[in-house]
Ligand binder design. Structure first.
Ligand SMILES: [Ca+2]
Ligand SMILES: [Ca+2]
Length: 223
């Protein structure tokens, strides 16, 4: 017997040890090679069902425009939306005016608001509304990504592809968002051309666009 044979007891014990060492080295290398290869291919890993943390990196695009409108006058407010690489969650339009020109009953100015979204990709349904000039008078929220509210959540038993397919604006929402406001000036029982008669009001239309990008992280299963 050689010294090594004495240490391990037999030639067979040495053979088993050598094979074990080879497997211990070769198997992890094999699996890590396969894992990195399937990542390169994309489909295999992102199509695999699993547990995922889904987060939304969020931002707002805002804009506003103010016009002074006389009685019966229509103001057309244009907003050109380009969200860049971000997805569009929803668009909020707020029309505000605050009549403090006169104080008698029935003297508050009011507005009729309508929209034309025919220049918007995906053509959202148009909106309309009316209100008295006491601040934020009329507001609309138009959803672009269905059911999106920006909340994080854990998804289980679905693939990364499924999640990406769910949270998309489908290219909708970009383009020209037209909001039109018609002013109705109300004044006291003095003629409208009287120097003190209320004859106009400032109307502001503001847009807030909630935009996001997806962040999907694999959640390690409990051992
Ligand atoms: Ca008024
Ligand atoms: Ca006024």
């Amino acid at each position: 017997m050689t010294g090594i044979e004495k240490l391990f007891g037999s030639q067979r014990a040495i053979t088993i040890l050598v094979i074990s060492v080879v497997f211990a080295i070769v198997f992890p290398a094999y699996f890590s090679f396969m894992a990195s290869n399937s990542d390169d291919l994309g489909g295999a890993s992102s199509g695999a069902k699993g547990k995922w943390q889904v987060d939304f990196i969020q931002d707002n695009i805002t804009s506003d425009e103010t016009m002074n409108l006389g009685d019966g006058e229509q103001g057309d407010y244009f907003f050109e939306l380009d969200s860049g690489d971000m997805m569009i969650g929803f668009v909020e339009i707020t029309v505000s005016c605050n009549d403090n020109d006169d104080t008698g009953p029935g003297t508050n100015d009011d507005v009729d608001v309508s929209t034309d979204f025919s220049g918007v990709e995906g053509t959202p349904d148009d909106e309309s509304g009316s209100g008295s000039c006491n601040g934020d008078t009329v507001s609309f929220t138009i959803g672009i990504t269905p059911e999106w509210d920006g909340s994080s959540y854990i998804a289980d038993g679905v693939s990364k592809n499924d999640i990406e397919a769910q949270w998309t604006d489908g290219g909708n929402g970009t383009g020209e968002w037209l909001t039109s406001v018609v002013m109705n000036v109300n004044t006291e029982l003095i003629p409208v051309n009287h120097p003190f008669a209320d004859e106009d009001e400032d109307v502001t239309v503001s847009w807030r666009v909630a935009v996001y990008s997806l962040e999907i992280t694999a959640v390690a299963e409990e051992l």
